[in-house]
Design a protein around this ligand. Structure first.
Ligand SMILES: [Zn+2]
Length: 277
């Protein structure tokens, strides 16, 4: 397998110049939307898609999402879409056979409409939350326009098997490579992480945490924690999930733990990718 790291959506989080000045150790507060493009035996696989062409060309589609528009504040640049970056890398977007979605927030599945032939893999709890929201936090974050153009979905439960103490889905249909989905609930009901068990040794944790400082329990990460909690459906469950990720990190420091929006982790991953060429 070969893994490419893509930024499929830069953000200008509300107040980031102030936060960067007040918290200089967190100068990565200019957020990215880190996605993985994997060249595999099962064709091209995307782990999350970032923002999509349709969203960027029709910004009305974000209208109802207050947090997204007013707190995250996406840059909305067509050149940052997975679709355009895949073409620039010399691939055909039609060769994207699978999309693994950590969760159904707009900044993670905005691009799935650009790959209507790909099979989208998601945990069943997330599928259920998106189709049958239990509370206002769930109701207002999901928008069917993001996935209704895609006919192929596979859903998974994570009972019965585990990876380092996290519930693990039993294989992904049509994917023969060592790539697994694990349960990381809290940010959303069925939020997942993706484990890649090859020499890259990656554990992609989506929005389970925002910045690496939270993973390392740096005291200056507290304001980030509060900022981060605004976006969680279940902050208590999210904290439990983060504790488990911290334990995994302590027990296996060689594991490359990535999050979706930390610019610093994204740059480290890019450097790793270049080192491997
Ligand atoms: Zn996100």
């Amino acid at each position: 397998m070969k893994i490419h790291h893509l930024n499929c959506g830069s953000f200008c989080a509300l107040g980031h110049p102030v936060l960067n000045r007040l918290l200089p150790k967190l100068d990565q507060f200019n957020l990215v939307c880190h996605c993985l493009l994997i060249e595999s035996n099962s064709g091209l696989i995307l782990v999350d898609t970032g923002l999509g062409l349709k969203d960027i060309r029709n910004q009305e589609r974000f209208k109802s999402n207050f947090v997204f528009n007013h707190l995250a504040r996406p840059k909305l640049d067509v050149e940052e879409t997975a679709f355009m970056q895949i073409i620039k890398k010399g691939f055909n977007p039609k060769d994207v056979k699978h999309i693994i979605a950590t969760h159904f927030d707009s900044d993670h599945i905005g691009g799935i409409a650009d790959f209507p032939d790909a099979v989208v893999h998601v945990l069943k709890d997330e599928w259920d939350a998106a189709h049958n929201p239990h509370n206002p936090k769930e109701k207002f974050r999901y928008s069917p326009i993001r996935w209704e153009a895609n006919p192929f979905f596979e859903t998974y439960t994570t009972q019965g098997d585990s990876w380092k103490g996290l519930g693990k889905a039993q294989g992904l249909k049509g994917i023969t490579d060592p790539i697994y989905m694990v349960s990381l609930p809290g940010h959303t009901r069925g939020h997942s992480g993706v484990v890649i068990e090859d020499e890259s040794n990656i554990f992609f944790t989506g929005d389970a945490f925002l910045l690496e400082a939270q993973l390392l329990e740096k005291s200056y990460a507290k304001p980030v924690e509060i900022y981060n909690q605004l976006g969680h459906v279940n902050p208590v469950e999210a904290e439990e999930t983060l504790k488990k990720i911290r334990t995994i990190h302590q027990q296996d420091p060689q594991l490359v733990i990535l999050s979706s929006h930390d610019q610093g982790l994204y740059k480290k991953a890019l450097a790793m990718e270049k080192g491997r060429k």
